[in-house]
Design a protein around this ligand. Structure first.
Ligand SMILES: Cc1ncc(C[n+]2csc(CCOP(=O)(O)OP(=O)(O)O)c2C)c(N)n1
Length: 1036
């Protein structure tokens, strides 16, 4: 198309002599992307130059045509194509030329010419034209969204790219007079001519534009395609590799007259637009200098969400879980979730005191849970908006996890009753990797929520950054293409189009149970927040925005003109809503205190008292009977089916387990089995998720047995413990930490009666999920008064494996603990449980399988929920000494916060010269070294198993027991890492600073461990020398 235009533009008169000269020489031909030399392979036959219609002025034109034809026969009109073909085929003078087909579409003239070159004219042309029409239809389906009028401001092509050349490119050309121009463009690509406009073409089965008709004139085909794909909706779906799904979408957008609304629907839409718009205006009037991240410029978000919810409720959805960023959040709370307006307004009152403990959070981060009647479906529906941090998109996997859990507990295996909706900003959707990680969970069996509806508030700016600086993809939504999610772009200034795509999105999810994206292309009327001046950075955009009529105004004018509502009725509706806001404002003045509890997104009503307190402050024994231990142990060692062939190596491992059960001992994996198995038997769901957790990174767990002869035939013995047990879920996850940990956190949020564990492959990999740890796990309760019992299993230990794979960074977790290092707490009988209740999370490093077993069980048997961080061992998994007797797991036994030294040192405590406090695996190195040095009586080694909350009471008991001993903290980690900075001030507070606390461990370092095995061993020996060198600290 462009090529042809260029050629014609260069048309200029030449003399006959010049013409002759130019024809006989190679010439330069300017082509689109630069200048290149072209020597025509074929020469214009001299006899043709003698054609009667050629003369001095037209020959240059002919020449241009000829070169264009040589480049591509489609560059020229069909009649020229035939002419040059005939001429080159040796047609005699005068015979090559045939007059072009008449504009009325008759192809007679052309047919006779084609006969000359031996073709079957009608058939060939017919086939070509039909193929061209098919290509044209397909081009609209594939690329119509490029030219749809998506931007309400009309200042940018929403996808940032120039208009494609293979479809009709002008949206305002639905009148016949414009067809000519478009067909000139189209001709180059498809070979269709203006004369074809009235020709009737058979429609392929891949289009629904015909409605009940199977053929249409080309003119009508184009008109209908433009209506379907190039108006205010841009549909991106042709990348989906499923014919049925593509057909479904085509039917939804192509069927003539499909986008129609009843009078009632239009009235509801208007009412929703009024609420959305007037809510923001009310806030602006009352609190003009408060940040609220208003929705102005995308007011149609509210009817969009309500449409999705209405249609989902009609199809049987009972619970919708939403996650969203700051933009328009208060509006969503007010007009979608239907939080009481006075509760929202009183959040603006800076004088109100907080009723709840903890930090609380700003109003545009709080969550909400609400069950209400849906007026459209006449069914109850629960809506919850998850609380979230400022970190954009971090809530995405959390929403997915909570949704999955709700589906799981309701037995909703297909996602028909519970669904999620995620809202996004355009910059965040494109920029944040967690979006991608979350998409990749969407189709995994243990993580799918059977389709999420994503709604992007695409205001074409991120804070002050333009899209062209914010992303490299054409659309902000391109990330969704990886999971074959259809993407519906829509001009948010057209509320009817918005409503329609939202209806289709809800139907899509209900039909295919797959993700779908609604991209609301809109603008932001104010700055990033209400205080910001957008003209500093986007002057032209904001000049345009200032001129932009509000969407409510435009829509109201439209429906009033259509007679849907009178001006008076419209104004009354507006006044009525303003009055609702005013009355709520007056009521909000009566509020005396702020209750964050009223903003809970995941209440656990049966778990707590009415006041939200634990029902008891006791934690029963976490031990099991001998019989239970034996039974679970036998299951752990068994292969349940006769004809199930397991790997020989695994048979040996299982036999080893059976031997342990006979000997009444547990290794680490068996201790874990006992904990999980017993909880399941007691009715608690257990879910273990993470990379390669089914087998265990260190090949110690083997919770899923694989038949060696039958593909995908597996057995999970843990699910055969007892007929009425709770189900066990163990699932290898995608290779994501941020996404999967967020997901499990969300899963744990749904119910307190589940042990949900996430295991890092190696502990240090948790840092790619740092946002979930920092923003949700460590402080979630403080900010949002909601508890969570998630367990993090973080393999940790210096095994000479290099800087990576060694440290789970205990120092980071300990640094975020909220217990005061300088205050010795008031002791009481139930001190241990109170301490747990007060803390923000529990950090343990167990040295025995029994203690690991107890701490996992305590997680469920304690009367409240706290996150639990467990530094788990690697070499201890198989260490012969790191085994526990069943005696340590029987009824009456508990988790040991510290394990005192009960060896020879304890027999004569006054003779003990040193207490070495330590945690985790270094204990085994210390006791071996102590034995080698014959110092069992002079040095006591005390294990602190629960680092946080710090066992002040028990540490005090140990320091009191050995009054003549000096105190050493020993760790294998570097001094600026590990536990030292956390334990040292707490031990000093415990002993009232009466003795120094010495350090035996590696020197400070930047990396967590050395990459050199020899250095590793030297460092280890040096720290052991220090720990047992009784003179090591004298004179310091
Ligand atoms: C992870 C993260 N990085 C940076 C920020 C700071 N920030 C807050 S809003 C914003 C712009 C977001 O733009 P967009 O996603 O388009 O949403 P909009 O505010 O335009 O609705 C940024 C960068 C943040 N909140 N979270």
């Amino acid at each position: 198309m462009h090529r042809l235009r260029t050629t014609v533009a260069r048309l200029r008169p030449l003399t006959a002599a010049q013409t002759a000269q130019s024809l006989s020489q190679p010439r330069l031909l300017a082509i689109e992307r630069g200048l290149r030399t072209l020597t025509p392979a074929r020469r214009l036959n001299t006899s043709v130059v003698a054609e009667p219609f050629l003369n001095g002025t037209s020959s240059n034109y002919v020449e241009e045509m000829y070169f264009a034809w040589l480049e591509n026969p489609r560059n020229v009109h069909k009649s020229w194509d035939v002419f040059f073909r005939n001429a080159n085929a040796g047609a005699p003078p005068g015979a090559a030329y045939q007059s072009p087909p008449p504009l009325n579409g008759s192809s007679q003239g052309l047919a006779s010419v084609q006969a000359l070159v031996g073709a079957q004219p009608n058939v060939e042309k017919l086939v070509e034209d039909h193929l061209a029409v098919q290509s044209l239809i397909r081009a609209y389906q594939v690329r119509g969204h490029h030219v749809a009028r998506l931007d309400p401001l009309g200042i940018t092509a929403a996808d940032l790219k120039p208009t494609p050349s293979d479809i009709i490119t002008s949206h305002n050309k639905l009148e016949f007079s414009h067809y000519k121009e478009r067909l000139v463009c189209t001709t180059g690509f498809y070979g269709l001519a203006e004369s074809d406009l009235d020709k009737v073409f058979r429609l392929p089965t891949t289009t629904f534009i015909g409605g009940s008709e199977s053929s249409l004139p080309l003119k009508e085909i184009i008109r209908r395609l433009e209506m379907a794909y190039c108006q205010h909706i841009g549909v991106e779906f042709m990348f989906i590799n499923d014919v049925e799904q593509c057909q479904w979408i085509r039917r939804k957008f192509e069927t003539p007259g499909i986008m129609q609304f009843s009078l009632e629907e239009k009235k509801t839409l208007l009412a929703r637009m009024i609420r959305s718009t007037r809510f923001e205006e009310f806030l602006q009037r009352k609190w003009s200098s408060e940040k609220r991240f208003g929705l102005e410029g995308c007011e149609s978000l509210i009817p969009a969400l309500k449409t999705i919810i209405d249609h989902s409720s009609q199809s049987g959805v009972e619970s919708v879980i939403l996650g969203m960023p700051h933009r328009g959040r208060l509006n969503v709370l007010a007009n979608v979730i239907r939080k009481e307006l006075d509760q929202i307004f009183c959040q603006f009152d800076s004088k109100l005191e907080a009723a709840d403990e903890g930090s609380g959070d700003v109003k545009y981060h709080l969550g909400m849970y609400h069950k209400r009647m849906n007026r459209v479906s006449d069914r109850y529906i629960t809506l919850s908006l998850m609380a979230n941090p400022s970190h954009l998109e971090a809530v995405d996997p959390v929403v997915q996890g909570k949704t999955k859990a709700e589906q799981f507990y309701r037995g909703d295996t297909e996602g028909k009753r519970v669904m999620s909706i995620l809202l996004h900003g355009d910059a965040a959707f494109a920029g944040q990797g967690i979006v991608y990680e979350t998409f990749h969970l969407s189709d995994l069996p243990s993580y799918t929520t059977h389709g999420t509806i994503h709604v992007v508030v695409n205001n074409q700016i991120g804070f002050t950054t333009d899209p062209r600086m914010a992303r490299s993809s054409p659309y902000p939504t391109d990330v969704a293409r990886v999971v074959n999610a259809p993407i519906f772009h829509v001009n948010a200034d057209d509320p009817e189009a918005v409503m329609y795509v939202c209806k289709v999105a809800a139907e899509w999810r209900n039909t295919f149970h797959k993700d779908v994206v609604v991209d609301l292309v809109c603008y932001r009327r104010n700055g990033h927040n209400e205080m910001d001046e957008p003209m500093f950075t986007q002057p032209l955009m904001y000049k345009q925005i200032k001129k932009q009529k509000s969407v409510l105004k435009k829509f109201a004018e439209k429906v009033i003109a259509e007679g849907v509502i009178t001006t008076q009725a419209y104004e009354e509706e507006v006044t009525m809503y303003d009055k609702i806001c005013e009355e709520a404002y007056t009521r909000s003045k009566d509020e005396k205190i702020l209750h964050i509890k009223h903003w809970l997104d995941s209440p656990w009503p049966d778990f707590f008292t009415m006041e939200g307190q634990p029902r008891t402050m006791n934690c029963p024994s976490t031990g099991l009977t001998e019989e239970e231990l034996g039974h679970i142990g036998n299951i752990a060692a068994s292969v349940p089916e006769k004809d199930f062939t397991i790997h020989g190596g695994l048979s040996r491992i299982l036999k080893g387990r059976a031997n342990m059960v006979n000997q009444r001992v547990c290794d680490w994996a068996l201790g874990e089995y006992m904990a999980f198995g017993s909880l399941l038997k007691e009715g608690t769901h257990v879910r273990l998720s993470g990379q390669d957790v089914e087998r265990g990174t260190f090949s110690h767990r083997h919770h899923v047995l694989h038949d060696q002869n039958v593909d995908k035939r597996i057995c999970i013995p843990m699910n055969y413990i007892s007929p009425d047990q709770a189900p066990y879920t163990v699932c290898n996850s995608s290779l994501s930490e941020y996404g999967v940990l967020g997901f499990e956190l969300g899963f744990a949020m749904a119910s307190p009666n589940a042990l949900v564990l996430w295991e890092a492959q190696f502990g240090d990999f948790h840092n790619t999920a740092q946002c979930i740890i920092d923003q949700f796990i460590s402080c979630g309760q403080a900010k949002w008064v909601r508890q969570n019992g998630i367990v993090l299993l973080l393999p940790h230990g210096m095994e000479g494996m290099g800087p990576e794979h060694s440290s789970a960074r205990p120092e980071r977790f300990l640094q975020m603990c909220n217990d005061d290092p300088d205050v010795f707490p008031k002791l009481s009988e139930d001190f241990a449980v109170h301490q747990l209740y007060e803390c923000n999370w529990i950090v343990v490093n167990c040295s025995t399988p029994a203690n690991y077993f107890h701490v996992l069980r305590r997680q469920i048997l304690q009367p409240f929920r706290k996150p639990l961080i467990v530094f788990t061992p690697k070499s201890l998994l198989r260490h012969p000494e790191a085994r526990s007797s069943f005696d340590d797991m029987l009824p009456g036994t508990h988790f040991k916060r510290i394990i005192p030294d009960n060896g020879p040192a304890a027999a004569a405590p006054e003779k003990v010269k040193r207490i070495i406090f330590c945690t985790g695996k270094i204990y085994y190195e210390l006791i071996r070294e102590r034995q080698n040095r014959g110092m069992d009586e002079s040095v006591a080694v005390v294990r602190i198993e629960q680092l946080s909350p710090f066992p002040f009471d028990l540490v005090k008991a140990e320091t009191d027991r050995f009054p003549n001993a000096d105190l050493v903290w020993c760790q294998e980690e570097h001094k600026n890492q590990g536990y030292y900075d956390y334990v040292k001030p707490r031990i000093r507070t415990t002993i009232d600073r009466s003795r120094p606390v010495w350090y035996a461990g590696r020197d400070p370092a930047a990396a967590p461990a050395t990459g050199n095995k020899h250095t590793h061993l030297t460092e280890l020996q040096r720290l052991l020398d220090t720990a047992f060198g009784l003179e090591a600290f004298s004179g310091i």
